[in-house]
Design a protein around this ligand. Structure first.
Ligand code: CMC
Length: 429
């Protein structure tokens, strides 16, 4: 017999049998679609902590066990064996590519890397010290205008071209955010380079010199991009889906995702972690800051700690932590902030407050340290996150467009405002 949950209104005695759906993994979901029609009620779930907003076959994460799968493949295996571009193929197409498919994919991404020349002029409207995330959101939105009439979001082939464009153009867009702020000339992509290397070339090369990034740096960045590529229905991805549900231009949806990611509770945490570690200054000060984080009267929180879903060590943080150790050793770098981070992690993980609330380091705790070791300025950290996550956003957008239950997203509310009242003329108030 199909599983159901019965909801009883103890005021009216009315009952509703709600069907229960089981996914491949994870808690079953109660289908409350007919709740309003039958019982005249909505559900109330601030922060959507227990609401499944969609069906998805892209990413699965189990916060209790610390598991993260993309299309069924564990993140640890992808991090060890794959490349970012291959993972993006997997997210978008659902399967790992054959050699031939990968070659075609790689080629087609290279062919779409350029942006219209006028886009380059768009940057100059920004102040020289504008935050790169603001620029990135603005430019992504501007790119929408170049494909507006030519993008048929109802056509699967056109959607795939759009996905390719997003994946291909984001390194170009992101690199220019950095170049503009640094007063450096923009650099065109070089098709002889790999995706990540090309991004580094467009971002960090010097006009007067040859540029060859170290293999260690390319690999470290590729790994970080893999770890940030997708993370199911987080705030920015849900924003992209909500924007997409109104049939908005996909580049505009990506721009909406970028603005949501910017906040320090989300992707902006990687920049905030570095600022926090700099403020702590020395391992000896760590305890003082941990005490502040525990103090309810103090708004300070440990940046890079805690997660809505992970109640165990974030599997991405585990991989990044090791990569960070390896990178610093390989580059023979003495990173004082890394020592502070390790001390902070040690003290927090032994502390009753963090143990009780299951607060562990998340992906952003260590990613900033790697970026810093690669000499990437802190204001660019969230841009790097957005560049990698735009792949997940566009995969999720494609899935949304194919959803048989596609309709505009429109949450309801519990109204707690004034009752209906008459307008009072200004002179009588
Ligand atoms: N430092 C100190 N206390 C914390 C922290 C923290 N970083 N995170 C959560 N808590 C406490 C919180 O005060 C609450 O305590 P109490 O039960 O006494 O009221 C409890 O833990 C539960 O927290 P919550 O705010 O209900 O948790 P949430 O799921 O709404 O928020 C979060 C999740 C990630 C926004 C939050 O943990 C946080 O602000 N962390 C710091 C920012 C950060 O690192 N964000 C990156 C997240 S991972 C990458 C990404 O998604 O982009």
């Amino acid at each position: 017999m199909a599983r159901t949950v019965t909801i009883t209104d103890n005021k009216t005695g009315k009952q509703l049998e709600c069907p229960v759906s089981e996914g491949t993994y994870g808690p079953p979901v109660i289908n409350t679609k007919s709740l309003y029609k039958e019982l005249g009620m909505f559900t109330f779930d601030p922060g959507y902590a227990t609401t499944a907003s969609c069906r998805s076959a892209i990413t699965y994460l189990d916060g209790e066990k610390g598991i993260l799968l993309h299309r069924g493949y564990p993140i640890e295996q992808l991090a060890q064996n794959s490349t970012f571009l291959e993972v993006v193929y997997l997210l978008i197409h659902g399967e790992l590519p054959t050699r031939q498919q990968m070659d075609e994919w790689d080629h087609s991404i290279k062919m779409h890397m350029m942006t219209h020349e006028h886009i380059s002029r768009f940057y100059s409207a920004y102040r020289y010290d504008a935050h790169p995330m603001s620029i990135m959101a603005g430019v992504s939105s501007a790119i929408a205008s170049y494909y507006h009439d030519r993008t048929d979001i109802k056509d699967p082939a056109n959607r795939l071209i759009t996905a390719r464009r997003v994946v291909a153009k984001m390194p170009n867009v992101a690199s220019k955010c950095y170049r503009y702020a640094s007063g450096l000339p923009f650099v065109y992509p070089d098709n002889s380079r790999s995706y990540v290397e090309n991004f580094m070339y467009m971002t960090f090369s010097w006009p007067t010199e040859d540029y060859e990034p170290s293999a260690v740096a390319v690999r470290a960045l590729d790994l970080l991009f893999i770890l940030h590529a997708d993370h199911e229905q987080n705030a920015s991805t849900s924003t992209v889906r909500l924007a997409g549900s109104s049939e908005a231009n996909p580049f505009a949806c990506v721009a909406a995702g970028i603005t949501t990611l910017w906040g320090k509770s989300h992707g902006g945490a990687n920049e905030a972690v570095i600022r926090m570690l700099e403020e702590i200054g020395t391992p000896a000060n760590v305890r003082k800051y941990v005490d502040r984080a525990k103090d309810r009267k103090d708004s300070f929180r440990l940046m890079g700690f805690g997660h809505r879903v992970y109640k165990k060590y974030d599997p991405r943080a585990k991989i990044i932590r090791e990569a960070c150790h390896a990178l610093l050793a390989e580059m023979n770098l003495n990173q004082p902030l890394f020592e502070i981070a390790m001390e902070l992690e040690r003290i927090a993980l032994e502390d009753e407050y963090f143990i009780k609330r299951k607060l562990y380091p998340n992906v952003d705790f260590y990613s900033g340290l790697i970026y810093q070791a690669l000499r990437i300025p802190a204001s660019m950290f969230t841009v790097m996150f957005a560049l990698a996550r735009s792949a997940g956003w566009i995969a999720q957008w494609m899935e949304l467009m194919e959803d048989k239950d596609f309709r505009i997203g429109r949450p309801r509310q519990l109204y707690i405002g004034e009752q209906s009242r008459d307008y009072v003329p200004m002179g009588e108030r």
